[in-house]
Design a protein. Sequence first.
Length: 317
Amino acid sequence: MADFNHGSYAWRIVVTAVAGGASFALTNLADQDLFIQLALSIFVGGFVLLTQLLHDVENRLDAADLQRERIGSEVVRQTDEVRTVIRAGISELGETTELLSAIMRSGFEPDDLIGLLRGIAELRSGTPLVSAFVSDQVARLGDLVKDIGQGVAEYQGEDRDWLLGFTKNAVASIDAVSLRVVDSQAFWSSELGTRYLTLQKEAIARKVPVRRVFVFDQPPARRSEPGLLRLYAQHADLGIEVRYLLPDAIPATRRNDLRDFIIFDRALCYESTPASHVGNFDGVIQSTRLIVGDQPVKEWRDRFGELWDAARPFVRF
C-alpha cells in the first residue's frame, strides 16, 4: 500500500478506471444520454487522477522540504564552523595589525622587524652553534627592549654597541661627564675611542651640539701633562665644547658622588661604573646602565648642569 500511496502508476489507472466506470454505471441507471454518461465518466475519472497527482506532488514537496531542512542544518553547521575559523583569523590579524600600528607610532621602522624575522626564517645554516647564537642574540635584544621599557637596562662590562649606537642616532644633544679613571688617554686612542670621536664629529655635522666635562684630580699643565692638553685640543678641533673640572671646584653635593655618564637628547642617560682595582688599570668598566624616564633623566641633567657650570672652559695656550 505504501507504494500505491506514493504514486504507483498501475494503482492510479485502476482507481481512475473504477471511478470512471462507477460514474458511467450511475448515469446509465439514471437513464442519461450516452454522451452525458461518457462525459461524466471522463470528468470523474480525470478528477480522481488529478487528485492523486496533486497528493503525490504534495508528498514529494514535503519530502523535498525535509531534505532541504537536513541539508540546511548541515550547511548551517558548516557555515558556523567557517565563521568561527574566520573570526579567529580576523582576531589574530587584528592583534597583529594593532601591534604593527603601535610599533609605527613608537617611531620604530616595522621593515626592520620584518627584515629580522625574514632573516631568521631564511637562515640556511643548520649548525646548532649558529642557531644557538642567533637565538641568544634575539633573546638578548628582547630583554634589552623590555628593560628599557621598564626604565633601566644594565650590562656587565662596557657595551660598545650602546655607546656607538646612541651617538650615531642622537638628534638633539650629547652631554658627557668623563672621569679620568674611566675615559683615560688610553681610551681615546683605542679603536673604540676613535670610533666614538668620529661619530661625535658626525653628530656635530648634523647640528647636534656636544659638550664634555673632563674631571681630573689635578689641573692640566702645558709642560707637565702635554697629553691632556692634546686630548682637549683634539676634542675642541672636532667642534666639541670642552671644559675641565678641578677638585676644589666640584660642588659640595657632588664631591663624594662623581659619575661617568652621557646624556643623549636629554632623554636617556648612559652611565659607566669603573671597576675597583689596585694599580694602574684605568678604563676598566665594571658595568653599564641605561636610564630612561622623565624624572630620572632630569636628575642626571641637573647633575650635568651643576658640573658644567662649575667647570672651566678649555683655552688653548
